[in-house]
Design a protein around this ligand. Structure first.
Ligand code: IMP
Ligand code: MG
Length: 175
């Protein structure tokens, strides 16, 4: 199959959205310290851009979850890389690339809650709202997107396309 890309969110739109999210977050957390928790690998580019625009002190940590195979999720989420930081009594902001069914985020929130942080909020760059299977709280959303498969700006298809500066729709066509 031939992989075809169509730009859905250009670089400039991503840049201005990241700045406005960072401004909102900086205002909401004024006078507080913030721990950004990034779910690897898709959210790393977003995290790197977002954290540099946030004006309150931030620390970062990473977890990794697995459940995706190619274009399909099966809802069976597992932690494959754990936190390093002690997050007890800290203000946590989960940074996600995309929320689709919601199973991943739901699992992460439940998992992080076990560590007794002061507060858990969620920032996602993309929200595939129409695909939601389980209700999850999202406090900061970049873009609501259609139910198409997206790559770029951290998002991959079988580990490809993460390095694109924009977000594109991927379609597979018969050669
Ligand atoms: P959920 O558990 O179905 O909400 O899936 C969330 C995870 O699936 C995200 O963190 C992404 O890694 C991945 N994902 C969902 N939709 C897409 C997509 O369109 N492109 C690339 N990855 C996706
Ligand atoms: Mg992924």
């Amino acid at each position: 199959m031939k992989e075809k890309l169509k730009v859905v969110i250009p670089e400039e739109d991503l840049k201005s959205k990241v700045s406005s999210l960072a401004l909102q977050i900086s205002n909401d957390y004024r006078g507080k310290e913030l721990v950004l928790i990034c779910n690897l690998k898709g959210a790393i580019i977003f995290l790197a851009d977002l954290m540099r625009k946030i004006t309150v002190p931030v620390s970062i940590d990473f977890i990794a979850t697995s459940s995706y195979n190619g274009m399909e999720t099966d809802g069976d989420v597992r932690i494959i890389k754990d936190l390093k930081m002690d997050i007890r009594d800290r203000n946590i902001l989960i940074v996600e690339d995309i929320v689709d069914t919601g199973y991943t985020l739901d699992y992460i929130i439940k998992y992080l809650s076990l560590h007794k942080p002061r507060d858990i909020k969620v920032c996602t760059l993309l929200d595939k709202k129409s695909k939601r299977q389980i209700e999850v709280p999202i406090h900061y959303t970049g873009f609501v997107v259609d139910d198409v498969f997206l790559v770029g700006y951290g998002l991959d298809y079988n580990e490809k396309y993460r390095e694109l500066e924009y977000i594109a729709e991927l379609s597979l066509e018969r050669e």
